[in-house]
Design a protein around this ligand. Structure first.
Ligand SMILES: NC(=O)CC[C@H](N)C(=O)O
Length: 203
């Protein structure tokens, strides 16, 4: 693999452009992905924030759900933020009845978990693996991780307030997920961590 990894951004719905910008600043080559064959050219994949029910529907309609599951099972490094986290969950709570996920992380994720009071909020988070101080966590109708399996490493929890202690960043092998949106803050350290994971997987 060339030293600049090619990282796809699932471009069915959501904040695709913001992830592409963050990836470019983290020294990756970002590519929108809408068709199954485009998955074959990637070193890694980002599933953006947006609306997981819509993303799920479109993934089925575009014939992408099966190929996405297969790629993740085969070990393609993947990072999901917010709706993307929901897409990577093996189990979801408060989803729509017909909502499908790609899965790959042994966790149960609750959609819109923070409730009305905390519909959108920000918190400074210590994220394991991210050096140089806390990360600004932007939460927008965000999920949290209700429980994780033994293979899953918890990277961050909410530090204080009514939702204190809830899990908001996890990693299992080369699969990463955050409840929050680092692509919206101009701080690309989480994307740089993912780009490093992609490089390490390709070695
Ligand atoms: N900002 C987001 O990605 C919100 C996620 C959205 N609430 C969902 O269920 O998919």
């Amino acid at each position: 693999m060339p030293s600049t990894p090619v990282i796809g951004v699932l471009a069915l719905q959501g904040d695709v452009r913001e992830h592409a910008t963050a990836l470019a600043e983290a020294d990756a080559l970002a590519r929108p992905v809408r068709r199954p064959e485009e998955l074959d050219e990637l070193d890694g994949l980002v599933i953006p924030g947006g609306e997981s029910t819509t993303m799920s529907k479109l993934a089925v309609a575009f014939g992408l759900l099966g190929p996405l599951r297969e790629k993740v099972r085969e070990g393609l490094p993947v990072y999901g933020s917010c709706a993307g986290m929901i897409m990577l969950a093996d189990k979801i709570l408060d989803g729509r009845d017909d909502q499908e996920t790609v899965g790959g992380i042994d966790m149960t994720v609750r959609r819109n978990a923070f409730g009305r009071q905390n519909d959108s909020f920000e918190a400074m988070l210590d994220v394991e693996g991210v050096e140089g101080g806390p990360v600004q966590g932007v939460f927008i109708r965000a999920p949290w991780v209700e429980s994780v399996g033994a293979q899953v490493r918890v990277l961050a929890t909410v530090p204080s307030g009514p939702a204190a202690g809830h899990i908001v960043a996890v990693r299992q092998d080369n699969r990463l997920a955050t409840s929050f949106h680092p692509e919206l803050t101009g701080d690309h350290r989480v994307h740089a961590m993912f780009t490093d994971m992609v490089r390490a997987a390709a070695r």
